[in-house]
Design a protein around this ligand. Structure first.
Ligand code: PGA
Length: 335
């Protein structure tokens, strides 16, 4: 077995002054290795890091040679991480995390508030979260931001892997030790083409919609999770006609008459009421909330702490204001 400070032998603790770090390779090699671990592909690693494929292979081999351990193994035509490779990957993430905190601390010492802020948000949060980032980045122009977007399932995996400083969910996972900060409502509404016969009706019973074709988000989506919970709790069923991974494609499908859907009001902020209608269905909007989430034991960098304080003081107001002039404004009065 290998650990960060050297080979681990039974009954032998790693030497505190081991020179293992001298064999750990360069930061660039670790960066290449991390990218490979995440993409599983030499060609994708080369493309993402703007390197030639042979350079990626050479640097990975040098890293393994220095450590005197196999990091990758070939099964069929595919390369996989060995157990040692997975250990190195986990440690490399911690190393880069520590370097990020150092950058932030040095930035604070020089009064620059520099550093890297790493954010991951579920697909639906992309409609409002950049509007929170804008004012923050204006206040701290020297910071860098990475902003990942994916469905709830993909973001939960990033959270488990401790990839980022903060995550945004409307359904934070319950089996991970996290802190949550609720900052704005997330109403879910039933949408239909603007010319749908029910578009002008009031107080529609959900049972009146059960024969309508519905377009649903994909498994792993938080929106789908909410709809499935609603159906389970209410005992209704729907005629699910299509599954689409994108809110944008769902809206266009609804507008073109392919079916109804249930979406977050935030996805409709820029839509025109001539194109898409929000149906007045009993029990809707379903009221959920958006949460900023981070691992409870995460050592937040200074810039991450500053962002957290910014969200606590200004986040709810900015996010709520965003929707005030949208087509969905009647549905968000309670925000
Ligand atoms: P989604 O998440 O974009 O994965 O559907 C939205 C949510 O969590 O409500």
């Amino acid at each position: 077995m290998y650990c960060l400070f050297g080979k681990y032998h039974k009954n032998t603790m790693p030497l505190p002054h081991s020179r293992f770090h001298a064999r750990l390779g360069t930061f660039r090699q670790l960066e290449i290795f991390v990218k490979f671990a995440e993409t599983g592909s030499i060609s994708q690693t080369a493309q993402d890091l703007h390197l030639a494929q042979p350079s990626v292979s050479i640097q990975l081999k040098k890293l393994a040679d220095n450590l005197d351990v196999a990091l990758l193994e070939q099964v069929g035509r595919k390369l996989y991480l060995t157990d040692a490779g997975r250990e190195l990957y986990a440690s490399a993430l911690e190393i880069f995390d520590a370097v990020g905190r150092l950058e932030s601390r040095l930035g604070s010492l020089s009064g620059l508030q520099a550093g890297l802020l790493k954010l991951s948000v579920v697909t639906t949060a992309k409609y409002f979260f950049p509007h929170l980032l804008g004012p923050f980045c204006n206040m701290y122009p020297n910071i860098e931001v990475t902003f990942n977007i994916g469905n709830r399932g993909a973001m939960i995996q990033r959270l488990r892997d401790n990839k980022d400083d903060f995550y945004v969910f409307s359904h934070p996972p319950e089996d991970i030790d996290i802190e949550t900060l609720e900052f704005v409502n997330n109403p879910l509404v039933v949408v239909a083409p603007a010319n749908h016969p029910l578009a002008k009706k009031k107080n529609i019973k959900f049972s009146a919609l059960c024969e309508e074709p519905f377009i649903m988000r994909e498994p792993g989506s938080g929106t789908r999770h909410s709809v499935e919970k609603f159906l389970l709790d209410s005992g209704h069923s729907i005629n699910e006609k299509m599954t689409i991974e994108s809110n944008e494609a769902i809206k266009h499908s609804v507008m073109s008459g392919l079916g109804l859907s249930i979406l977050s009001v935030h996805t409709l902020a820029q839509e025109r009421s001539e194109d898409i209608a929000i149906l007045d269905v009993k029990g809707f909007p379903m009221q959920y909330h958006w949460y900023l989430v981070y691992l409870r034991n995460k050592q937040l960098s200074d810039i991450a702490k500053t962002f957290l304080n910014f969200l606590k003081s200004d986040g709810s107001e900015i996010a709520a204001e965003l929707l005030q002039n949208s087509t969905a404004k009647d549905y968000i009065k309670s925000l």
